[in-house]
Ligand binder design. Structure first.
Ligand SMILES: C[S@@+](CC[C@H](N)C(=O)[O-])C[C@H]1O[C@@H](n2cnc3c(N)ncnc32)[C@H](O)[C@@H]1O
Length: 222
């Protein structure tokens, strides 16, 4: 055997530069870093921003929303401690980048987006990237997806003052949930673990600025 490592499809100069930034931001999980090599972020940003796809910054998308900054995606996903095979729920698909990263790390991913035009574009992006194990659903993600529950892990990509109770109900005992908690615009991203039917805080990941989680168990419209 040679000491040769197989090359990872999709890894490019800019992707490697982004991965160096993720390491600087404290991301250590090698599976997460490899997922960032495999998923090409330029497939998940509007055409006008393709040249900025590997910068560690949020990118504006339709309906006054933004993509999550890559280092934040990495830290949130890392906190789920996925090992492969899990069933994961994402709330807030945007254009599908985090869903693709989750798909590279878990068994199946369900992602809910409230704006149909974003959900439809995300589905197209994920299909082009051959991420067949992701199902994008249009709806209010604060209700979870009872028909596909329970989930081994849940990640919410928008901010609310509290974790929506349906999400807690739909998480397996021992499962992890990551959620930015706050009013929308000034949050702390928190990683929880469900034990004995209740969430307990596992770690405070990072302060952040998220769009509001608008829905029945989240914040009101406007
Ligand atoms: C920060 S963006 C998503 C970023 C995306 N996950 C990514 O990979 O870049 C948050 C998304 O949450 C969506 N959203 C807000 N409230 C929602 C809800 N109740 N249900 C589903 N989606 C919601 C917004 O429309 C927006 O697209």
């Amino acid at each position: 055997m040679s000491g040769h490592r197989p090359s990872v499809q999709g890894a490019t100069g800019p992707a490697e530069e982004l991965i160096a930034v993720l390491r600087e931001e404290g991301v250590r999980d090698r599976r997460v870093l490899d997922a960032f090599r495999r998923v090409r972020r330029e497939q998940f940003v509007p055409l006008a921003y393709v040249l900025h796809a590997y910068e560690d910054r949020p990118i504006p998308i339709a309906r006054d929303q933004v993509t999550t900054q890559p280092s934040l995606v990495a830290r949130m996903v890392e906190a789920l401690r996925l090992t492969g095979g899990e069933r994961v729920l994402e709330v807030g698909t945007g254009l599908g980048f985090q869903a693709a990263i989750l798909a590279a790390l878990a068994g199946e991913v369900y992602s809910v987006e409230r704006f149909p035009e974003l959900a439809e574009q995300a589905s197209r992006n994920l299909a082009l990237a051959r991420m067949e194990q992701v199902t994008v659903i249009i709806g209010d993600g604060t209700l979870g997806l009872p028909e596909h529950a329970p989930f081994d892990a849940i990640v919410v990509a928008a901010a609310a003052p509290e974790v929506p109770s349906p999400l807690v109900d739909q998480l397996v005992d021992g499962g992890r949930l990551v959620h930015p908690l706050g009013p929308g615009g000034n949050e702390m991203v928190i990683a929880f673990r469900k034990e004995g039917g209740e969430l307990t805080e596992e770690s405070r990941l990072v302060p952040a600025y998220f769009v509001p989680l608008v829905g029945r168990y989240g914040l009101p419209e406007g």
